[in-house]
Design a protein around this ligand. Structure first.
Ligand code: BDP
Length: 646
């Protein structure tokens, strides 16, 4: 089956492609824009103009700059995009595509558009060689890798080019092409296999996508034959400088490195008694002369310890490790922080590290691949979750999305014909790009934009049905899985489906502490780990007390009796029962709505989603029954409505 057109079916180019269009400017991306316009005009009967713009319907013009901004206007029957440079021109073109016929109606006062975040990046957790446990794409639910097959870069890169086009159209401008867990084969991409990365970079470049590489901190040892990777050792620094110079010889606009160090078994600076700033700065120093950046991940915690005392609360780890290093990182080092303190759960507070290091550049990392949110077998549109993170005000004033330099998502795409396994998971990829461009955007409006582009000319019934199925799907998923921010309760290892005590007695630090009296984790200072105190005000105070903590995060911050009354007026135990029944009912209703859309959606797409809904409903019922039975047995408190029985 040919790859799905996703949000760029040929029809969305009709308004533009049926008009008289002039493209002006210089730069490689101007050629891309000109080719897009030529293609659209050929398909839809328009004309590509040259020379004087007097009779043009649309003028796309780039100044010689390197910025990504552009001005959109319309006067006297001509729509104009005047861009700061060729990169801006590409974004301007896609803006016109999104507007469709509206781009050519009435007058439009000049509007300036510019991305809020300079770097909008997709990290692929792709292995070159198939990993015995993780497969080819770690936590991938969309088939194999787009980039790698049979142990090397793919020969045919048409899909990579189509991917670059799709992600550029929603604003993405960077990609990391390999897994943050760097195994032996992948390590060599940095050195003798850089040519394969260069081929990928050549394919991504025409759509303004810069290529980044995940590297192992131990590279000087495993690739360079040195006996140390100590970041302060002169030989180690020289090795990184030489290796990096060779990377730039192959890929002149290379973006930089992504590093997972001292995390879940990956090597790092701790082995040499050095700090993470020492580690990051060694690589930053090698990249600086070439204009590259190191993305240093803050996902540092000890995964082999049990809960010994308050200091070993995993939620505390990133803040404990990194805040003392604020100001010590090089200017081209960016600290890449997961949006929550734990690990991409369906509900977590925003990481207290966000906003806590004003002298350090920040990237916020979210997970488009649905590891903990239904693995692309369940519909779970994450736009509202990401929007909440980006709008969160760590100091009560400035929004997180304005404090960051970059937004990064772990990609959910693969070589599946629908790109994302579940066709509706395309909405996550699209929404990510648009929120990275404008973190203040209304997610519901972005969803409607995705619906309109992906289903051009959709009758109102289809658009409304899609909106209904996706809009509240995150809340639905939350309702039938782990309650009130407590997280995990998943099957260990693969993380799909319920595992009520799956991680409860393991060394990973991800516990719910359910006992006969209550459930939740005490993270206040008064009787818990003190994690709440890592927040600035007003949040430290808000989270410290169960009386002020928002209901949806209650069990993340507090161990409370089952009879504790939530701000909603319900007890915790009744809330658990009720939400689990509601969540299943909502999943069943979404399945029903989808069934009613047959005939309005392409048959293959409809069938794929319909099949997946069977699995979602089955799995949601399993979650409901296991979680409710578990809490009934722990608490001995019956369901008021008698639905949950021994
Ligand atoms: C966890 C995943 C694991 C990743 C890790 C990471 O389970 O596969 O390697 O995050 O972000 O969520 O490094």
């Amino acid at each position: 089956m040919e790859a799905d057109a996703a949000w760029l079916p040929p029809e969305v180019f009709r308004p533009l492609g049926s008009r008289r269009v002039l493209v002006r400017g210089t730069g490689p991306l101007v050629d891309t824009v000109a080719a897009e316009v030529a293609d659209a005009c050929r398909r839809h009967g328009g004309a590509v103009l040259s020379g004087a713009p007097d009779d043009a319907d649309l003028v796309l013009e780039a100044d010689g700059g390197s910025g990504e901004g552009y001005t959109l206007a319309r006067r006297d029957g001509t729509t104009t995009v005047t861009a700061e440079g060729d990169r801006g021109l590409l974004h301007g073109l896609f803006h016109v595509v999104r507007l469709g016929e509206d781009a050519f109606r009435g007058d439009r006062a000049p509007e300036e558009h510019r991305p809020a975040l300079a770097l909008r990046m997709l990290d692929h957790w792709d292995n070159v060689a198939v990993h015995p446990v993780m497969g080819q794409v770690e936590r991938g639910y969309a088939g194999g890798s787009l980039f790698w097959a049979d142990g090397r870069a793919r020969d045919g890169l048409d899909r990579v080019r189509a991917y670059a086009r799709l992600i550029a159209a929603c604003g993405v401008n960077a990609v990391a092409v390999n897994n943050v867990n760097v195994h032996a084969t992948e390590a060599r991409l940095l050195t003798d296999r850089i040519g394969e990365v260069a081929r990928l970079a050549d394919t991504l470049r025409p759509y303004g996508i810069r290529t980044h590489l995940s590297v192992t901190f131990a590279a000087p040892v495993v690739l360079g034959g040195l006996e140390t990777a100590d970041p302060l050792d002169a030989r180690v620094r020289a090795w990184w400088a030489e290796a990096t110079a060779r990377v730039y010889a192959a890929i002149p606009d290379f973006g930089g490195y992504v590093v997972k160090a001292d995390s879940e078994g990956q090597p790092g600076p701790f082995a040499y008694g050095r700090t993470h700033a020492d580690g990051a700065n060694a690589l930053a120093g090698a990249l600086a002369p070439h204009g590259g950046t190191v993305h240093w991940r803050a996902f540092v915690y000890d995964h082999r310890q049990d809960w010994r005392d308050r200091s070993t609360d995993r939620a505390r780890a990133a803040h404990d490790h990194f805040v003392p290093l604020d100001g010590a990182f090089a200017p081209n080092a960016v600290l890449q922080v997961k949006h929550g303190p734990m690990d991409f759960q369906v509900r977590e507070p925003v990481s207290p590290l966000i906003g806590a290091m004003p002298r350090t550049r920040l990237a916020i990392e979210v997970q488009a691949t649905q590891e903990y949110t239904g693995q692309q077998r369940h519909v779970c549109w994450l736009g509202p979750m990401w929007s909440e993170v980006l709008r969160f005000r760590p100091d009560g004033e400035r929004a997180a999305g304005r404090l960051a330099d970059a937004l990064v998502a772990v990609s959910n795409a693969g070589d599946d014909p629908f790109w994302t396994g579940h066709p509706l998971a395309q909405a996550n990829l699209y929404t990510f790009g648009r929120l990275a461009w404008d973190p203040g955007a209304e997610p519901g409006a972005v969803l409607d934009e995705w619906i309109a582009l992906t289903h051009p000319g959709a009758p109102a019934r289809l658009a409304e049905g899609l909106h209904a199925v996706l809009d509240s799907s995150w809340h639905t998923y939350e309702k039938y899985t782990a309650p009130l921010g407590v997280g995990f309760m998943v099957q260990p290892g693969h993380h799909y489906g319920p595992g009520v005590d799956g991680y409860e007695y393991s060394p990973w630090g991800t516990y719910h502490f359910a006992d006969r009296d209550g459930v939740g984790v005490d993270r206040g200072a008064a009787r818990g780990t003190g994690f709440a105190a890592q927040y600035a005000e007003p949040w430290a105070t808000v989270y410290e007390s169960p009386d002020t903590c928002p209901d949806e995060l209650l069990l993340f911050f507090h161990h409370v009796p089952y009879g504790h009354v939530l701000r909603s007026g319900k007890t915790v135990i009744q809330h658990i029962y009720d939400t689990h029944f509601e969540g299943v009912a909502e999943a069943e209703e979404a399945r029903r709505v989808w069934a009613g859309l047959a005939g309005l959606v392409a048959p293959a797409r409809h069938a794929r989603v319909a099949d997946l809904f069977e699995e979602q409903v089955r799995c949601a019922r399993e979650w409901r029954d296991q979680v409710n039975s578990y809490f009934l047995r722990k608490s001995g408190v019956p369901d008021e409505r008698g639905r949950t029985v021994y």
